[in-house]
Design a protein around this ligand. Structure first.
Ligand SMILES: [Zn+2]
Length: 171
């Protein structure tokens, strides 16, 4: 017996019992290694932690909960490496006979959570990560402050004030 074939099944949850009793629910705490999952700007560093509630409805299972993972990427402005945590809430439907693309399938009385977790994580990862919200980029000097519109030298002399001055009477 070589080659443990457990890798694909860490997020596969048997739901035969749940499906038999609509309204029943089950809470699970799972962990899966999805390292390598990435977008153009961020890469997940496994493992992904999953707090999930499965609730049975007619012909389907509603999965809701929170997933948490760490990711790494580069700051969009200064390219400094970033490593941060991401948390994402989810609520998705699984069905024995999915009728639309937003419903995940239930196969062999099992709910495979990995496609859902991947979809959620990809959406949760930042599109343009920053090392900090006010990161000024690699060379702050290359963003000169433009003051030319506020030239303050030309102060108009208002002749009405001159007139008042002239009217002022010395006692
Ligand atoms: Zn930065």
């Amino acid at each position: 017996m070589s080659g443990d074939s457990k890798r694909a099944s860490t997020l596969a949850v048997p739901v035969a019992e749940l499906l038999r009793s609509p309204g029943a629910h089950r809470a699970l705490s799972l962990q899966a290694d999805l390292a390598g999952l990435s977008t153009t700007d961020a890469e997940v560093l496994g493992p992904v932690h999953l707090g999930i509630r499965l609730e049975s409805s007619l012909g389907g299972i509603e999965a809701s909960g929170t997933l948490a993972a760490r990711w790494r990427g580069s700051c969009r402005r200064c390219l400094a490496p970033i490593e941060q945590a991401v948390r994402q809430e989810f609520r998705e439907m699984f069905s024995v006979s999915p009728t639309d693309e937003e419903t995940y399938p239930i196969c062999n009385s099992e709910v495979d959570l990995s496609p859902m977790v991947r979809d959620c994580l990809v959406l949760a990862l930042p599109l343009a990560p920053l090392c900090s919200q006010d990161c000024a980029g690699p060379a702050p000097d290359s963003y000169p402050v433009d003051n030319t519109g506020i030239a303050a030298g030309e102060r108009l002399k208002d002749s009405r004030w001159a007139a008042l001055d002239a009217l002022r009477i010395t006692r």
